[in-house]
Design a protein around this ligand. Structure first.
Ligand code: TTP
Ligand code: MG
Length: 400
């Protein structure tokens, strides 16, 4: 199978998130990192409009104020950027489970196995751009090449809001005309030393005598020459997928009322499923956990015929497990649900009960969007509605 690696980098990331939050900021020179008076601050990002004035990341804020006195300066909100980053990760997982977030706004995806399903590189890139837009409204740049090194360099050239494809076999020709400093690993010092040898482009480095490079730089010389030829075989390092996602709660008083227990369980299930979908995952195994008044704890698990992110399918599994928990005629102290055998949600539900599952997924997507805007409790199932308008659990439930 031909190896194809996608690299994505968000455009002016922190600034773009602020523009989505407050569209009146669009088109303005926006600088995130601190307010004008924060003398000790540094710029974390500048919008493209602010970059025209020479403002860039890592610059002292005071310097940025001098270059762009009419700019809009903001401290920013890291938790919002983190949330947007998680949405990007979820979007990427819809094309391949092999995702590596390299930084908060940048990722690699091994898309070798996704070519047929999405119609090649171009189809994959279009799908991701659409999916990122839909989930975050943010612009991004994408490149696809045969390895990480070439893909990352190509993304820079695709900016802003662009897409670039480097065909397998074209790596060296693609890199050749680019200035030396575009090559990763060539910092200011190495750059100067190479330039002293008369090397100004990546192509000139690729063609340079390996012997002479090794004499001057040792092993680094050989590595740089390989990189200049577009050779790299570093793997996409997998993002950690949690073992399970679950929610549980202990009742204020032990309960015999299974109708009430079931309502709380459905609420916990909806919360777990929401958290799972937010991470772009689906589940294959549902576990019901019950602790009785005498502290005896039992778990009951059910494997599903295929992975799902649809509440109704997990509800059905819980309904099969509940009678088992009820055979013990003791009061219930704690109830919980846990979803495991998690995998990247690739929306490949067409094999099993295809149509209805797909319909459900679309419905849930709108539900999740409403919840993000108006709070989790804005949309609830009939069963968990029995708990009343605002659900207050005695002990907050935690995800593991
Ligand atoms: P980058 O991807 O380097 O920059 P960017 O997304 O702002 O712009 P570009 O379109 O050129 O990719 O960094 C991503 C985010 O990381 C950036 O928005 C803010 C943060 N960051 C810092 O806080 N400090 C820094 O020095 C850099 C480089 C980035
Ligand atoms: Mg970026």
């Amino acid at each position: 199978m031909e190896r194809r690696i996608l690299h994505i980098d968000m455009d002016a990331f922190f600034a773009s998130v602020e523009v989505v939050r407050d569209p009146s900021l669009r088109g303005k020179p926006l600088i995130i990192g601190g307010r004008k008076g924060d003398v000790r601050g540094v710029v974390s990002t500048a919008s493209y409009e602010a970059r025209k004035f020479g403002v860039h990341s890592a610059m002292p804020l005071a310097h940025a104020v001098r270059l762009c006195p009419h700019g809009i300066f903001m401290r920013g909100d890291f938790s919002r950027y983190q949330a947007a980053s998680e949405e990007v990760l979820a979007a990427l997982r819809t094309v391949s489970p092999l995702v590596e977030m390299a930084s908060i706004d940048e990722a690699y995806v091994d898309v070798s196995g996704s070519q047929k399903l999405f119609g090649g590189d171009d189809g994959i890139a279009a799908h991701i751009k659409r999916e990122v837009r839909r989930r975050t409204q943010l612009p991004c740049s994408i490149a696809i090449a045969s390895n990480k090194l070439v893909a990352k360099i190509a993304t820079e050239l695709a900016k802003p809001d662009g897409y670039l494809r480097v065909a397998t076999g074209e790596e060296e020709a693609f890199l050749a005309p680019l200035p030396l400093r575009r090559l990763l690993g060539v910092g200011p010092r190495t750059g100067e030393a190479l330039e002293a040898l008369g090397i100004a482009t990546i192509g000139q480095l690729a063609a340079f005598s390996e012997e002479r490079l090794m004499k001057k730089f040792g092993q680094l010389g050989r590595a740089l020459r390989c990189a200049a030829r577009g050779e790299s075989n570093s793997e996409v390092r997998l993002e950690h997928t949690p073992k399970s996602i679950g929610r549980e709660t202990t009742f204020e008083v032990d309960l015999l009322d299974w109708d009430r227990v079931e309502s709380v369980l459905m609420h916990l299930m909806e919360r777990s499923m929401f958290a799972m979908r937010k991470q772009g995952l689906e589940t294959r195994c549902v576990t019901l956990k019950v602790r009785y008044a005498d502290f005896k704890t039992s778990t009951f698990s059910k494997m599903l015929p295929s992975s799902t992110c649809v509440d109704a399918e997990v509800t059905a599994a819980l309904h099969k497990l509940l009678p088992k928990a009820r055979t013990r005629r003791a009061r219930v102290r704690l109830i919980g649900v846990s979803l495991s055998s998690l995998s990247a949600d690739q929306h490949q539900l067409l094999l099993f009960d295809g149509q209805s599952a797909e319909k459900w997924e679309h419905a849930l997507e709108s539900v999740d969007r409403i919840r993000e805007r108006h709070g989790f409790e804005s949309v609830r199932s009939a069963k968990s509605m029995k708990l009343g308008k605002h659900v207050k659990l005695a002990t907050p439930s935690l995800s593991r």
